[in-house]
Ligand binder design. Structure first.
Ligand code: Q46
Ligand code: ZN
Length: 313
């Protein structure tokens, strides 16, 4: 297989784009694509201050690398979840983020959940869920809360995450199977902020396949954590990814078209309820001030209180 651009040996083949590229051309092509999507979806500009949520995984670190190479002003945010799982998961991933930042002279903000809220994620989940379930619900809620708080308090214009096409397509499939309209109307490359509590969120990698991101990290020599979070095993999202991969194997491009047709349908008003209308149903949590749809306090503050209560008993 030869590189479509220069004719030398191809390193990455992308059937869905009918394109094969050598390492050098691929490393130039991917950031060009990302730049194209940043503009197309009006995510941010070079005058914006960007905060990239990094986990130590290939997608978020590669995203940080790409935005930095493209000349954006981008700092990183690492959230220490306190997950060990026998592989020192959080410790290792934090070290990799710190190393990445130091090598490039970039600023990394670190928020440690246990230091800030008294307990690491697994202990918090143990107390709220009584070990019935995985800590993922508690973890997701906590991460969203912290990301929004830090971005807002530190005055960033936009928060970016490393969700790739496979992530977005899997989420879309999950939300479609249950017709979770509230989630569907908010899913997309960009979620506008509300000028008050909710920061603007963007996903610059939403149209890039996971295997392209893996190839990018590898060819750029980015050191990332290979292990998944120990709690990821058996997650529904992984099952949906697998289903979509089977579809993709038979029909190259199926994943991309599933996601893009959704965005198009939404743009054409298929979803009558606009994000603004969902937002109008939100109010500020009386305790932390972040927007919520829950009556009274937000889900995060209720969880923290429950944890604190359990601690006393
Ligand atoms: S980090 Fe947290 Fe994930 Fe681990 S505990 Fe679950 S949600 S799987 S993206
Ligand atoms: Zn709250």
């Amino acid at each position: 297989m030869k590189c479509t651009k220069c004719g030398s040996k191809a390193a990455v083949q992308m059937r869905q784009h009918k394109l094969a590229l050598c390492a050098q051309d691929f490393l130039a092509w991917l950031p060009e694509q990302v730049e194209r999507f940043i503009r197309k979806y009006r995510m941010f500009t070079r005058s914006d201050r960007i905060l990239a949520a990094v986990s130590g995984g290939k997608d978020s670190l590669s995203l940080w690398d790409i935005l930095w190479r493209l000349g954006y002003q981008v700092d990183g945010l690492y959230i220490g979840l306190g997950i060990d799982g026998g592989i020192a998961y959080s410790q290792k991933s934090q070290q990799l983020c710190e190393k990445f930042a130091a090598e490039r002279g970039l600023r990394l903000l670190v928020v440690d959940v246990a230091e800030t809220y008294g307990q690491p994620i697994p202990a918090m989940a143990e107390r709220t869920l009584r070990g019935r379930d995985k800590p993922c619900a508690v973890c997701g809620l906590t991460k969203r809360h912290i990301m929004n708080r830090v971005a807002r308090d530190e005055g960033y214009d936009v928060l970016v995450t490393g969700h790739n096409l496979d992530d977005e397509a899997a989420t879309l499939l999950g939300n479609t199977l249950t017709w979770s309209v509230g989630h569907l109307v908010r899913q997309g490359p960009l979620l506008e902020g509300d000028g008050a509590g909710l920061v603007r969120k963007a996903k610059p990698l939403c149209r890039i396949y996971e295997r392209e991101m893996a190839a990018y990290a590898l060819l750029r020599g980015i050191e990332y954590i290979y292990e998944e979070c120990p709690y990821a095993e058996g997650a529904k999202s992984l099952y949906y990814k697998e289903l979509l991969n089977r579809l993709e194997a038979d029909r190259p491009g199926a994943k991309l078209s599933f996601y893009l047709s959704f965005l198009e349908a939404k743009e054409n008003g298929l979803f009558a309820l606009q994000p603004q209308e969902v937002r109008e149903r939100m109010h500020a949590c009386p305790t932390c001030g972040q927007p919520t749809t829950a009556p009274g306090e937000c889900a995060f503050c209720r969880m923290i209180q429950k944890v604190a209560l359990e601690n006393r008993t």
